[in-house]
Design a protein. Structure first.
Length: 116
């Protein structure tokens, strides 16, 4: 069982920055592939960025490339999403996802609102 708790969301003006954190419980974090997803009102949840177990491999959804950076600290059981140059269209609830042992786990999400 993996429990995920996201934090760091909030209200920010366009062009600003936020750093999201996702703290994971359990001893399996270093064996978990992690990812951030987001869901805007009235839309389906969409992939934002994944990171592999060691943190050596990442990729990004096209609209966030060059603005967002995913990273992880296995010693702290935490994955991060640094979001720069935020746009109103980035407004969504952001979710942390863990994949380990054939199972997927989700956090409760943290709201990010970007004002124009």
């Amino acid at each position: 069982q993996v429990q995920l708790v996201e934090s760091g969301g909030g209200l920010v003006q366009a062009g600003g920055s936020l750093r999201l954190s996702c703290a994971a419980s359990g001893r399996t974090f270093s064996m978990s592939d992690m990812a951030w997803y987001r869901q805007a009102p009235g839309k389906e949840r969409e992939f934002v960025a994944p990171i592999n177990r060691s943190g050596s491999t990442t990729r990004y959804e096209d609209s966030v490339k060059g603005r967002f950076t995913i990273s992880r600290d296995n010693a702290k059981n935490t994955v991060y999403l640094q979001m720069n140059s935020l746009k109103p269209e980035d407004t969504a609830k952001y979710y942390c996802n863990a994949q380990v042992g054939g199972m997927r786990y989700w956090g409760q999400g943290t709201q990010v609102t970007v004002s124009s």
